[in-house]
Design a binder for this molecule. Structure first.
Ligand code: HEC
Length: 186
C-alpha cells in the first residue's frame, strides 16, 4: 500500500493550511493590539502551523512523487458514488475496454496499440491508480491531462448532446481500475 496522497497534493494542502496560519496570526495580532484575549487565535495559528509541518514532512518522506497536474482540493475529496460491487466493476470494465484500451492496453499496462506513438507514453495504471485518491482519478479522466494524449471524457459530444462518458461511467471505470490493480479483475 502506497501513501494515498501524492507529494504534489500534500504541497497544495500545506499551502491552504499556511493561509490559515497567516489569517489566525493576523487575528491574534489585532486582538493583542486592542488588548483583547489573543491566545486562542495564536493557538489556532500554531496548531495549523504544526499541520503545515506535518504535511510537508509526509510530502517529502512517504508520499509518492507524481508530477501529474494538480487537482483542486474539492475535486480531490470527491467520493465514488457507485457501489463497490462486481456489477460496477463489470460495467466499468466494459466502458474501459471500449474507450481506453487503444492507449492504456487491456490490462492498463500502458501497452495499447496506439501507446507506442504517444509522448509521453501512458503509464502503468495498475501501479498508478492505487497511488491516487479516487477524486483525482475522476478529475483526470473527466478533464483530460494537458500536454498529453489523454482526452477529457466529460466533454459534450455535439452529435449526441451528451458527455462522451457519463459521470457514472467514469466512476465505474475507477471501480474497475482499482479492482484490476488489486488483482480482483482482469
Ligand atoms: C489517445 C490515448 C488515450 C486514451 C484513448 C485514453 N488515455 Fe488515459 N492517458 C493517456 C496518456 C498519454 C496519459 C498521460 C500519461 C499518464 O499519466 O499515464 C494518460 C493518463 C491517464 C490517467 C492518469 C494516470 C496517472 O496516474 O498519471 C488515467 C487515470 C487515465 N489516463 C485513464 C484513462 C481512461 C479511464 C480512459 C478511457 C475512458 C483513457 N485514459 C483513455 C492516453 C490516453
Amino acid at each position: 500500500m502506497t501513501f494515498p496522497i501524492s507529494r504534489q497534493g500534500l504541497e497544495q494542502i500545506a499551502i491552504v493550511l499556511a493561509v490559515g496560519v497567516v489569517l489566525f496570526g493576523l487575528l491574534a495580532l489585532i486582538r493583542w493590539r486592542r488588548g483583547d484575549d489573543w491566545r486562542r487565535f495564536a493557538q489556532s495559528a500554531g496548531f495549523l502551523g504544526a499541520l503545515v509541518a506535518l504535511s510537508l514532512g509526509l510530502a517529502y518522506t512517504v508520499a509518492p512523487n507524481i508530477p501529474t497536474p494538480p487537482v483542486p482540493i474539492l475535486a480531490r475529496l470527491a467520493q465514488n458514488p457507485t457501489p463497490d460491487t462486481p456489477a460496477s466493476v463489470a460495467a466499468g470494465r466494459a466502458v474501459y475496454q471500449a474507450n481506453c484500451v487503444i492507449c492504456h492496453g487491456p490490462q492498463g499496462l500502458g501497452d495499447g496499440p496506439a501507446a507506442f506513438t504517444l509522448q509521453p507514453r501512458p503509464f502503468n495504471l495498475q501501479v498508478h491508480v492505487p497511488q491516487h485518491a479516487p477524486g483525482e482519478l475522476f478529475y483526470w479522466i473527466s478533464e483530460g491531462i494537458p500536454s498529453t494524449a489523454m482526452p477529457a471524457w466529460s466533454v459534450v459530444d455535439p452529435a449526441t448532446g451528451k458527455p462522451k462518458l457519463s459521470d457514472t461511467e467514469r466512476w465505474e471505470i475507477i471501480r474497475f481500475l482499482q479492482a484490476l490493480a488489486a488483482g480482483k479483475a482482469t
